[in-house]
Design a protein around this ligand. Structure first.
Ligand SMILES: Cc1ncc(C[n+]2csc(CCOP(=O)(O)OP(=O)(O)O)c2C)c(N)n1
Ligand SMILES: [Mg+2]
Length: 318
C-alpha cells in the first residue's frame, strides 16, 4: 500500500520537536478533506522549505499576524462554492452562499484549520483571531503553544509562563526571568461565546485527536491550544519531549480542559505532582531550583489551576 501521510517525514524540525508531533496528529485527525492556513513560525518554516513541503493537504502560508483572517477568507470562498455550511454569523455575500449552492445545505464539506504558534496567536494574531471567533466562521484554530517565539531565538511571548528564562527575560541578580503570568487564552477565546474551546498536550496524543475530531463535528469557530515542548528553547533532552509535556499536565501547570458553549464540560483529572518535578528537567527553569520562594509561587499557580478547574482525582478513584 502506498504510504501517503498527510504530514510527511523529511521536514527540518529539530529532533524531539513537540510541535511537529502535534501538527501531524491534528491533520491526521482532521483528514484529507482539509485546507490548512499556517502563519509564520517554526511550523511553517520547517514544514515548507522551498521547493519542498511536508503537507499532503492544500496549505497556505499567511503573514505572522493573520492566519485567522486568511482562513476566514478561505471559509467564505468555500461557502460561496457550497463546500462549507453557511456560517450564520456573517451577513450573506452576493450571490448568497445558499444561492451559490442551489439553496441546499453544503455537501462534501471541506474543513478549514488555521494554525500558528503562541506568539502568532496570543500576541500579534490576537486581533485577527478575535474577529474570526466573533464573526462565527466555521474554522478550527489551532495554537501550538511552545511558550516563546522559538523560531526567532526564544523570545518571551504572552504565553510564556511566570519566571521562565528566555532571551528577552534573562534571570540575573535583579530578575527571576519572565515577570508576567501566562495569558489566559482559552478563557479569552471562550469569552467570545463560541461552541468549543479546549486545551491539549503533546503528551496525550489520543486526547489531541479526539478533540480535533470533536471540533470538526461542531459548526462555527473552535479554538484548540496544544502544549508542545521545544527541546531547544526549554533546554531539555529531545528524548524527554513527551515526558515533559505530561509533567506539565500532571502538576496542574497545564490543565487539559474543554469548554462547550461557554461551560466547562470536561477536565483531565490528575493526582497532582509537585511542580519541581516539571521545573527540574528543563534548563529554562534551572535558575529557580535553589530558590524555594519562587518555586512556592509556581506551586501556587498550579494549585490555583487545580482548584479552579477541579482537577484533583477524588480519593479512592482510579
Ligand atoms: C510582522 C512580523 N513580525 C516579526 C516576524 C518575525 N518572526 C517570524 S517567526 C517569529 C516567532 C514565532 O513565534 P511563535 O508564533 O510562538 O511560533 P514558534 O516559532 O515558537 O513555533 C517572529 C517574531 C515576522 N515574520 N513578521
Ligand atoms: Mg512559540
Amino acid at each position: 500500500m502506498e504510504y501517503n501521510p498527510l504530514f510527511k517525514p523529511g521536514h527540518t524540525a529539530c529532533v524531539g520537536c513537540g510541535q511537529a508531533v502535534a501538527a501531524r496528529l491534528v491533520i491526521e485527525a482532521a483528514g484529507s478533506n482539509t485546507i490548512v492556513v499556517n502563519n509564520t513560525g517554526c511550523l511553517e518554516v520547517f514544514s515548507t522549505k522551498y521547493p519542498e513541503t511536508a503537507w499532503g493537504v492544500p496549505w497556505i502560508h499567511s503573514l505572522f499576524e493573520n492566519a485567522a483572517a486568511v482562513a476566514s477568507g478561505v471559509e467564505a470562498a468555500l461557502i460561496y462554492l457550497g463546500k462549507s455550511p453557511p456560517n450564520g454569523g456573517m451577513p450573506p455575500i452576493t450571490p448568497t452562499a445558499d444561492s451559490a449552492n442551489g439553496g441546499k445545505a453544503a455537501k462534501d464539506t471541506i474543513n478549514v484549520i488555521a494554525q500558528g504558534g503562541d506568539g502568532g496567536t496570543a500576541d500579534i494574531g490576537l486581533q485577527a483571531l478575535s474577529g474570526m471567533l466573533e464573526r462565527g466562521h466555521n474554522i478550527l484554530y489551532c495554537c501550538y503553544d511552545n511558550e516563546a517565539y522559538e523560531n526567532t531565538g526564544v523570545q518571551r511571548s504572552g504565553l510564556t509562563p511566570y519566571a521562565t528564562n528566555t532571551t528577552t527575560t534573562p534571570p540575573g541578580t535583579k530578575s527571576i526571568g519572565n515577570i508576567r503570568p501566562k495569558k489566559p487564552m482559552p478563557e479569552i477565546a471562550n469569552a467570545h461565546g463560541i461552541a468549543y474551546v479546549a486545551t491539549a498536550s503533546a503528551g496525550f496524543p489520543q486526547d489531541i485527536q479526539r478533540k480535533v475530531k470533536k471540533a470538526m463535528s461542531i459548526k462555527g469557530p473552535k479554538y484548540l491550544q496544544i502544549h508542545v515542548p521545544c527541546p531547544l528553547g526549554w533546554r531539555h533532552g529531545p528524548e524527554l519531549t513527551l515526558e515533559v509535556a505530561k509533567l506539565a499536565v500532571e502538576t496542574g501547570l497545564y490543565p487539559l480542559i474543554e469548554y462547550e458553549n461557554g461551560k466547562l464540560t470536561a477536565v483531565r483529572k490528575i493526582q497532582p505532582k509537585p511542580v519541581e518535578e516539571y521545573l527540574k528537567v528543563q534548563g529554562r527553569f534551572k535558575h529557580l531550583l535553589n530558590n524555594p520562594e519562587e518555586i512556592k509561587k509556581i506551586q501556587a499557580i498550579a494549585d490555583a489551576n487545580i482548584e479552579k478547574y477541579n482537577l484533583k482525582v477524588k480519593p479512592g478513584a482510579t
